[in-house]
Design a binder for this molecule. Structure first.
Ligand code: ADP
Ligand code: MG
Length: 271
């Protein structure tokens, strides 16, 4: 897997719940880390599902992304290593983050608090011997201030789309939010990647949704679709990603393939 020339910050967003944001974040991150990339996951969902899946502590007392956003603490000291995957680190979310959406409202520069912290972190990180290759941000299922903070801090947005009826509903609102952030906060933001999730090859519905998404987003849609897989859905109950839980399962291999596509899309063209 080629390493990027500088850290790529990729936000995984979709205001719909249950479409595979967290599953995609943790599995793509783990796939990349197990193939030579150094990866940080920022858990921006108060539910802390990404923190759980990556097996890092995130109880009510664990400082994490809330302290970064609301108290202005630096990211470096709050990162925890994922115990099961080398080169994979996590900035965890605790339930305190549930209050942040409201606590941020009266704050100065409320939309860019994550960006400030992340820019500072990445500037220091760039001079390290082995800087991070990727930062993934797992968003909550809303288009509120947390997601806006993520979009303001990133270069790339990845949207997981569940291959189900109603999958495309709400997408225009998400795209409008991305455009608003591009115009007002972050002109370098790019909707770079669409990933089809929970694809069921046996149903015409999945194929139909996939066709529609590919017709609209063309080559931004990864060739790899993630199949619906029991192994993927049971991995988090063992505090694992499917990459470590069942490495040779179709779900694991498809996330690895998706990770490879993402890495190759961001590689410098050969001279
Ligand atoms: P989100 O973060 O968008 O809310 P999740 O990643 O938590 O969505 O996924 C929602 C549910 O679907 C979870 O229970 C997860 O385990 C399950 N899930 C996600 N992807 C798959 C898949 N490819 N196959 C089967 N179950 C999946
Ligand atoms: Mg989630």
């Amino acid at each position: 897997m080629p390493r990027p020339t500088s850290t790529r910050v990729i936000v995984v967003a979709n205001q719909k719940g249950g479409v595979g944001k967290t599953t995609t974040t943790v599995n793509v991150a783990a796939a990349m880390a197990s193939h030579g990339q150094r990866v940080l996951v920022i858990d921006l969902d108060p539910q802390g599902n990404a923190s759980t899946a990556l097996n890092v502590e995130h109880n009510a007392e664990t400082p994490g992304v809330y302290e970064v956003l609301v108290d202005g603490q630096s990211i470096t000291s709050l990162i925890q290593p994922c115990p099961d995957v080398e080169d994979l680190d996590v900035l965890p979310a605790s339930i305190a983050l549930a209050g942040a959406e409201i606590e941020l409202v009266p704050m100065v520069a409320r939309e860019t608090r994550l960006r400030r912290a992340l820019d500072e972190f990445l500037a220091a990180n760039a001079s390290e011997e082995r800087p991070y290759d990727y930062v993934y941000v797992d968003c909550p299922p809303s288009l509120g201030l947390l997601t806006v903070n993520a979009l303001a801090a990133a270069r790339e947005v990845m949207i997981p789309i569940q291959c189900e009826y109603y999958a495309l509903e709400g997408l225009s609102q998400l795209i409008k939010t991305v455009e608003m952030v591009q115009e007002q906060l972050n002109p370098s933001l790019n909707l770079s990647t669409i990933l089809l999730t929970m694809y069921d090859a046996r149903t015409r519905l999945s194929a139909g949704v996939a066709d529609e998404v590919r017709a609209y987003f063309s080559d931004r849609v990864l060739k790899t679709a993630i199949p619906r897989s029991v192994r993927i859905s049971e991995a988090p109950s063992y505090q694992q990603t499917v990459i470590t839980y069942d490495p040779s399962s179709p779900g694991s291999l498809s996330y690895l393939e998706a990770a490879r596509e993402i890495a190759e899309a961001g590689a410098e063209p050969a001279a």
